[in-house]
Write a protein that binds this ligand. Structure first.
Ligand SMILES: C[S@@+](CC[C@H](N)C(=O)[O-])C[C@H]1O[C@@H](n2cnc3c(N)ncnc32)[C@H](O)[C@@H]1O
Length: 207
């Protein structure tokens, strides 16, 4: 997978992506995912691969608009669109999930919606997510399609995304565990791919 080529692709489709109609039923399903992450007011939340800010209003509604939300995407044109949907309590930055520009233990929650297949070095991104989460923090990897359906969609689309793959559940379990996560929930059905993992408070941290 060529990162530069993918980045160029997402820059090109950003304006069109921002115009995609939002199905109320999808909002309902996404809210269900977000609620299971136990988002709360006062949390520092990272929406990684935020695209045009599709999730912002849903995250706000889960936290009564009281969280510190940071949207990050490596495609500048996506962040430009996202900034149109942001308010004073949000920050939008351009950055790569594989090389996170944050100190360790910065976030309470990391949400990766629609991102994971597009990351070239998945192991590395998970290690970065783990590093920047606070102990007890959660990572949510979400899609509104299952891995088989999404991987087929990418094959059909062809071009840059042809080989962008969402790992099968057993592979995802392995990747998350190797990065240090404990998996709270892992579902892969035709209409959802839904993994929530937690960075456990280590014994060293308690003593
Ligand atoms: C399918 S879009 C989903 C965007 C948004 N989450 C949504 O649901 O509308 C995938 C997004 O991930 C971003 N992306 C892909 N690889 C990335 C990486 N390594 N670091 C940061 N963003 C990345 C792309 O630029 C794109 O905006």
């Amino acid at each position: 997978m060529d990162d530069l080529e993918s980045q160029r692709y997402f820059n090109q489709i950003a304006a069109e992506w921002a115009q995609r109609p939002i199905e109320p039923e999808n909002d309902r399903r996404l809210l269900e995912c977000l609620r299971r992450m136990q988002l709360d007011s006062g949390q520092r939340i990272l929406d990684v691969g935020c695209g045009t800010g599709r999730l912002f209003h849903l995250i706000e509604s889960c936290t009564n608009g009281q969280s510190h939300l940071l949207g990050m995407d490596y495609a500048f044109e996506m962040t430009r669109q996202a900034s149109l949907k942001s308010n004073n309590s949000m920050q939008i930055i351009c950055g790569d999930a594989q090389w996170m520009p944050f100190q360790e233990k910065t976030f309470d929650s990391i949400i990766a919606f629609g991102l994971f297949p597009h990351i070239a070095r998945k192991e590395q991104a998970l290690v970065e997510f783990y590093r920047i989460l606070k102990p007890g923090g959660r990572l949510g990897v979400f899609h509104l399609k299952g891995s088989k359906e999404l991987n087929q969609l990418h094959r059909n689309l062809g071009g840059v995304v042809h080989d962008h793959r969402l790992p099968a559940p057993h592979q995802m379990h392995q990747l998350l565990k190797e990065a240090g996560f404990e998996i709270e929930m892992g579902e892969d059905q035709s209409d959802r791919y839904f993994f929530i993992s937690v960075k456990r408070i280590s014994k060293d941290f308690l003593h």
